[in-house]
Design a protein. Sequence first.
Length: 409
Amino acid sequence: MIYRVLSKERMYQAEELWDYCFEKKTEPFFQYYFEQYCGKDNMVIGGFDKVGEEEKLRTMLHVNPYMLHLRGQEMLVPYLVGIATAPEARGQHLLRPLLETAFEVLRSQGFPFVTLMPISAGIYLPYEFAYCYYRHEYKMPLAKLQIPAIGDDLSVERLDLVSLLQSLKEEDAEMQSCNPLADVYASVTAAWNGVPQRTAFQWRKLLSVVTQENVLCAVVYRAGKAVGYMLYSLTDGTFNVQELLAQDAAAKNRLLQYAAGHRSEAQEFCWLAEPWDKTYLGFADQALTGRLQPFMMARCLDARLALAKLPVAESMSSGSVVMLLTDKMIERNNHLLQLRTSPGKLEAVSTLEQEEVTMDMGAFTQLYFGAFSATELWEAGRINCSDVRKLQLLDELFPKCRTYNNEYF
């Protein structure tokens, strides 16, 4: 098997494999993805097997570029999508060498992490991916969506996404001025962690897809200013919220009232809210309060580089901890390090001292992304620690965050 980046001449094989495993060629997303995006703005890595004189694509993954606001800094973190193996090559354990190839390429390009949205976590857990993003899932009869009364200073209007897309310009400044969604997204997510930064390019990409998939949009206004929006669809009797962001609880509740008004168009309501959402506190029926659901995974490719990029608070305590980081796939990503902290500073130096804390790449990634604190990971058995006092230093160095991501490709 030969693994390499696909050339434009080989992209038709990626289209055929995608058509077999995911969306069909006739579907709007497929047409946008391969006509306007794939091979131009991303990279595809594949495994080829020679059959006679022809090379056949047997397995592939797509590397889509994203800039995340991760721990107060902008960091390029590729998003792996379209991971697939042709049916005639399944059972041959091709995923590991495919991932190893991708990790080597991306690590050499200076990427500390990658993300993906798994169909099944069990596929990726052996390769030390770990869940770093969660959502609060609501599924209920739409008639049961009871939202408390709010003030009359909020109004809701539908926004024509096709017209919005047509109005977007290449320059960010022009794009922001005519896109009320961009201001809401930026303001609401400003204090959150791991959030993809939606540039003009990312907004055009998102809107290009949702307009073809008949996604609708409602915007809530206060004194003429957009303070929230909801992307939603009405399909097969279900009101499905694709994205709902609001600057305060009143704006969120006004959008949910708008959704509840669609009982003649839908019977069911589905919404993946932020994991810290507390809308359920007002529900009279506890059976409708929803559940926490894993959403996206991530993996560290270069722990030393990630630590070098880690911002440290000026209030950071002075101290040290010897940490053993293990990686089953990337040999150069195994480290025994002494982390020395002081206000605003972190030194990570190789050492031969006895480790005080041990974790694999999955746990390290969850710690870095702020999904869990070091103490929580230790309590869950994800971290080994010979001196629990050292966990306090790691909790301070890697504070738990509100981590959010809502990108699907």
